[in-house]
Ligand binder design. Structure first.
Ligand code: RET
Length: 236
């Protein structure tokens, strides 16, 4: 039920709805923080904080819609989720680029391929028999591994090695975020799409809805957490 203005009715015991609310408010607060703190860091870090604020700001707006979709319908807000990601993940690549100054085009291209194929899988598009989600998930995973490999030992790593110790350090921080932070998402995908798939055993352990919690945690870690790491480096 809606009250005066878009105030979603969060029920007691709706854990997933709770995480949607929590994340939406945290994104908003982080946005205010990054834009205010932008004035308190040295010139060369200002752009990074602006991008951090844009990422959490875009996410805050989407979370506002996503929590309503969840609370009103109990369904996964897949559309809003992927619209958010297709805007914020390339912006994260821009953040990475601002740290390392290498590989922007490759990162953005691979991340977009990763998200479009992931969306096809989650939206249940073009299913070939029943292999749709597994097929698209695999393609998406390949794009993800390509990104990890580039940062770990591919062109991005090599360019970083040439650019000196500072950039090498920035690159290894980035590797951690892409392996641990981004690595959370495929787990949500597997849980959310398990039904009827060869990895269907997963649905015996956790409900498909658990995907939302994983994605919400992933977004908080990557958008707010990564922004905070940048901020703390900028303050030093
Ligand atoms: C702020 C949002 C972020 C950082 C979103 C990142 C999303 C991913 C790294 C998604 C990856 C996926 C795979 C690697 C395979 C399965 C499908 C996806 C799209 C969930």
């Amino acid at each position: 039920m809606n009250y005066i203005f878009l105030a979603a009715d969060l029920k007691v015991g709706d854990t997933i709805g709770f995480t949607f609310f929590l994340t939406s408010i945290a994104m908003l607060a982080a946005t205010v923080f990054f834009f205010i703190e932008r004035g308190a860091v040295s010139e060369k870090w200002k752009l990074s904080l602006t991008v951090s604020g844009l990422i959490t700001g875009i996410a805050a707006v989407h979370y506002y819609y996503m929590r309503d979709v969840w609370i009103e319908t109990g369904m996964s807000p897949t559309e809003f989720r992927y619209i958010d990601w297709i805007l914020t993940v390339p912006l994260m690549c821009v953040e990475f680029y601002l740290l390392t100054k290498v590989g922007l085009k490759k990162m953005v291209t691979a991340s977009i391929i990763m998200l479009i194929t992931g969306y096809f899988g989650e939206a249940g598009l073009f299913p070939v028999g029943n292999i749709g989600p597994a097929f698209w998930g695999l393609l998406s995973g390949l794009a993800y591994f390509y990104i990890v490999n580039e940062i770990y030992r591919g062109d991005i790593a090599q360019a970083a090695a040439k650019a000196g110790k500072k950039i090498v350090n920035a690159n290894s921080l980035l590797l951690k975020f892409v392996v641990i932070g981004w690595g959370i998402y495929p787990l949500g995908y597997l849980i959310g799409t398990a039904d009827g798939q060869w990895y269907g055993a997963l649905s015996g352990f956790v409900s498909a809805d658990f995907r939302e919690i994983i994605y919400n945690i992933g977004d908080a870690v990557n958008k707010i957490g990564f922004g905070m790491v940048i901020w703390s480096v900028a303050k030093k």
